[in-house]
Write a protein that binds this ligand. Structure first.
Ligand code: A3P
Length: 282
């Protein structure tokens, strides 16, 4: 357990110095990363946790399959490739839509030439979302109040480590890389159809305007919350699960004035080397 001064604790396991969720079987594919074989048509959705993985994954699956319908992740277990051991990933049909939250140094080097979509969400909302995720899961991977979680997060001690390092290191290799697309959660909120079109163009799977509209409609928060099968068994009864609130700005209901002032200072300092315009409200 990693503890903070507020008595919060995150259950994490360290691999190469990176705090990861404490489920060793989940990291089997990382540990075997030297054995990972990339395919030419692999597509990766990469992000710091709680930044829109499920949302982007669904969009990419619809685009690559050409079918505007929600994927039933309860069948075949393909929704969380990050949780799958290597032998399961190897059996997936092409094109594989893989995802990971790991920092760059844990990502298989052979996959760096694949198409990578990196989704960034403003860290205040991502932190709040991770708080509900880590405390709402069974078994819990954090046991703390919001204040405890905030401390862990600003110190880079929650699962997947420091938000700023993650974004900076990934952007360094993805910026100006024709095989990479950087999308923000907030841009998806503002105009989902536009982002769906951009993703389709990036993947070389251009479709009709009607198709983009259908995907955007099916991937609205309300629709996904209602119709996408979440794996309920991993969530505590009173947890909303993955599809919790789906808004920009929920951080205002959680950050204290002091936390917000402190974080704004940290943000200004640490974003100096990161070329991103992130929105904290719409
Ligand atoms: P909140 O906890 O703020 O609601 P991930 O898939 O990376 O775990 O991210 C989960 C976050 O994305 C949750 O944020 C979830 O509600 C939000 N999300 C999932 N699907 C969404 C959608 N279709 N539209 C908007 N937000 C969505």
């Amino acid at each position: 357990d990693v503890s903070d001064s507020y008595g919060g604790s995150a259950r994490v396991m360290y691999i190469q110095g990176v705090p990861l969720p404490p489920f060793p079987s989940m990291h089997a594919n990382l540990l075997e990363q030297d054995g990972f074989k990339a395919r030419n048509d692999d597509i990766w959705v990469v992000n710091w946790p709680k930044s829109g993985t499920h949302w982007m994954w669904e969009i990419v699956k619809m685009i690559t399959s050409g079918r505007a319908e929600l994927n039933d992740s309860s069948k075949g277990g393909t929704m969380f490739p990050e949780l799958c051991p290597l032998h399961v990933i190897e059996k997936m049909a092409s094109p594989r839509v893989l995802n990971t939250h790991v920092p760059l140094k844990l990502f298989p080097k052979v996959a760096l030439n694949s198409k990578i979509i990196y989704v960034v969400r403003n860290p205040k909302d991502a932190f709040v979302s991770l708080y509900y995720h880590a405390t709402g899961m069974e078994p819990k991977s954090a046991n703390c109040s919001w204040n405890g979680m905030y401390e862990l997060l600003v110190n880079g001690k929650a699962q997947y480590g420091d938000w700023f390092d993650h974004v900076e290191e990934w952007l360094k290799v993805l910026e100006n890389n024709p095989n990479a697309l950087i999308v923000t959660y907030e841009d998806m909120q503002m105009d989902l159809k536009k982002q769906v079109r951009l993703v389709a163009q990036f993947l070389g799977h251009e479709k009709s305007e009607q198709f983009y509209s259908d995907v955007a409609r099916l991937c609205s928060f309300q629709h996904m919350k209602k119709d996408k099968k979440d794996v309920r068994s991993v969530w505590a009864e009173d947890s909303e699960g993955i599809f919790r609130k789906g808004t920009v700005g929920d951080w205002k209901n959680h950050f204290t004035v002091a936390q917000n002032e402190e974080f704004n200072k940290i943000f200004c300092k640490r974003m100096k080397n990161i070329n991103l315009d992130l929105k904290f409200e719409l």
